[in-house]
Design a protein. Structure first.
Length: 84
């Protein structure tokens, strides 16, 4: 995951806002970053460098919806901040 946002930034797909990495109580990692635009988000899916990294990331885990984290229904969720 430490390569993800740097690559997206090099490809000019996300803003310079620092990313946040959180871990839920059931071990799910949540990466928060800001797309430059809806168009940038769509371009990421056609970018071969991004697609290659996403393939490597999927070998380590899978993408799930936020509803899968233990804290999804907790209005004051306590998530652990991780280092990228």
């Amino acid at each position: 995951m430490k390569h993800h946002t740097p690559l997206l930034r090099r490809e000019k797909l996300i803003t310079a806002r620092p990313p946040i990495l959180l871990e839920s109580g059931n071990g799910i990692l949540i990466e928060i970053f800001e797309w430059k635009s809806k168009s940038a988000k769509l371009r990421a899916h056609g970018n071969p460098r991004v697609f290659d990294l996403w393939g490597k990331m999927e070998k380590c885990g899978r993408n799930v919806s936020l509803s899968r984290i233990n804290e999804a229904d907790d209005i004051f969720a306590n998530l652990r901040i991780m280092r990228l």
